[in-house]
Write a protein that binds this ligand. Structure first.
Ligand code: C2E
Ligand code: MG
Ligand code: MG
Length: 486
């Protein structure tokens, strides 16, 4: 009761143009409590035949809903116009707000947002409540690429937070603009495209964005990758591990291999791990992905052993995996089930991993090393390297990032840096691996500085398991291994 009153008090100060607080009060009343639709909102529905039937009114805002939007477009005369889609907040943030403040306040947030939008847009333009947080309306013609003055007024008008029961709650407005009514585009597609533009608008400063085919396609590709990855993990042949040799620089023999995942998508073709692994890492999918890699790598170790090849395999682990409660158990179970020693696996963890003393990740890494797994710090030098961090992490190997190695031949500065890392790494007890060795010159410099192992196209590209087996056999028949190409 107090809540509703507080909000009504606040909202009645923001009366619609024409200053009719009664209209505001009616919008705020929950449906089914005898709320009469104020004339200003009644007109929003368009229109033909006055107040629309209940089935095409949104239960919260009492604005015409998505069905009404499609119905009115079908009845309309067509022609090009600008479809504007306004979202009040990000769906995830809204869920959080609902969890924290309750359904009543969350509903009132939507109502208050609807009301403010209606007040700014004015009574002559029908507004449709097309999904919980989204409102759509159409403006005649198109002024792309600039925005109609009304759009700027909406951005300005929502700078002030909504006040709900005395609590100021900020909106996070997204505004998408789409020229609609063009040949071939359906109203549903126009609406989807305007929503994509509204999401895109968060990337800029203006608060609004015109629909852009390129960013929409990138968005759709991301969506497709994420939705298809689960199927790929279950399919027989979409994912595959390729193996890249790491060469001991003193003996020029193969020290071990790194397993790198490859995905051939049935429609998109090859998708780089540099694209899909970060997406998986941003979601829960990184758990099944890494488990798939662990399964495939340990199976391969057994298969190669059967053929007489004993090779340590490095797999890439996401920091999120280290936070999983049963990650260590999964590894142990897998090794035990396949009968392989823990030392046959190396776990590469990226340099950026947070390694505060006593943190869960640091403890897990220490525990894994104590269990006999080899641990490598991957991509060292790619980010803001924190040297103190090297003293805290319990790892065997330091992998110098390709970005430092590839500049070696060009400049003395990089050379001093890499030589320094090799020296310091050795002092701290690390084995040093240089990534991305592409030339003989880089190899010579690294060998002179005492780097232990090199990995890169100079020795061999990542290759299928069978190809690696043949490469390995061939490479030692005809030295040096650089003769082999993946
Ligand atoms: P990374 O772990 O640092 O792997 C090395 C990357 O450098 C690989 O790219 C490899 O193909 C590439 N590379 C190796 N030598 C050379 C060279 O001489 N020149 C150049 N230009 N590139 C070289 P890839 O396979 O595209 O993998 C990219 C990244 O994706 C990996 O970087 C790793 O962070 C991630 N990734 C790959 N497979 C997995 C996986 O199974 N699990 C996880 N979590 N991440 C993976
Ligand atoms: Mg790696
Ligand atoms: Mg790396």
């Amino acid at each position: 009761m107090g809540q509703t009153q507080g909000m009504m008090r606040d909202m009645s100060n923001q009366a619609a143009p024409g200053g009719r607080p009664g209209a505001v009060r009616a919008i705020l009343q929950p449906p089914g409590r005898g709320a009469t639709l104020p004339a200003s909102i009644g007109r929003l529905s368009g229109q033909r035949g006055g107040v629309p039937e209940a089935s095409v009114l949104d239960g919260l805002s009492r604005m015409p809903n998505r069905q009404a939007f499609f119905r009115d477009i079908a009845r309309g005369t067509g022609g090009r116009n600008t479809l504007v889609l306004v979202t009040l907040a990000d769906a995830r943030a809204f869920d959080g707000m609902r969890a924290a403040l309750g359904h009543v306040l969350a509903d009132n947030f939507v109502r208050a947002g609807a009301h403010r939008l209606a007040r700014i847009v004015g009574t002559g333009t029908p507004i449709y409540h097309v999904s919980t947080l989204a409102f759509a309306f159409r403006l005649p013609g198109s002024c792309a690429p600039s925005a109609p003055p009304l759009i700027r007024r909406i951005v300005e008008g929502f700078r002030e937070p909504l006040r709900l029961d005395g609590i100021p709650i900020e909106t996070r407005l997204g505004i998408g603009l789409r020229v609609s009514g063009g040949p071939g585009a359906s109203p549903a597609e126009d609406l989807r495209a305007a929503l994509s533009a509204a999401q895109q608008s968060h990337a800029g400063k203006s608060g609004w964005a015109w629909y852009d085919l390129e960013s929409d396609e990138a968005h759709r590709r991301t969506f497709q990758i994420l939705t298809n990855l689960t199927a790929a993990l279950e399919a027989e042949s979409q994912l595959e591990l390729h193996y890249q040799p790491k060469i001991c620089l003193a003996t020029r023999t193969c020290d071990s291999v790194e397993a790198l995942v490859r995905w051939t998508h049935p429609v998109l073709g090859p998708v780089s791990p540099a694209e899909f692994v970060p997406l998986a890492e941003a979601t829960v999918l990184v758990t099944p992905l890494t488990r798939w890699v662990i399964d495939a790598a340990t199976r391969q170790i057994v298969e190669w052993r059967r053929k007489g090849l004993h090779m340590r395999v490095a797999i890439n682990i996401s920091p999120r995996n280290l936070e999983e409660p049963d990650f260590v158990e999964y590894l142990l179970f897998n090794c035990a089930a396949r009968g392989i020693d823990h030392g046959a696996l190396e776990l590469e963890v990226t340099e950026g991993v947070s390694a505060d003393e006593g943190s869960l990740i640091t403890d897990r890494i220490t525990a894994l090393r104590a269990l006999g797994f080899h641990i490598a710090i991957d991509d060292f030098g790619a980010g803001f390297s924190n040297m103190a961090y090297l003293t805290r992490l319990s790892a065997n190997t330091l992998k110098i990032d390709r970005s430092l190695v590839s500049g070696l031949a060009a400049g003395a500065q990089n050379g001093r840096l890499v030589a320094g890392i090799v020296q310091m790494g050795h002092d701290l007890g690390y084995k040093i691996v240089a990534e991305g060795v592409e030339t003989e010159r880089e190899l010579d410099l690294l060998a002179d500085w005492g780097c232990d192992v090199g990995q890169g196209w100079h020795f061999g590209r990542p290759m299928s398991a069978d190809r690696f087996f043949d490469w390995h056999r061939g490479a030692w028949d005809e030295q040096p291994p650089a003769a082999a190409r993946g």
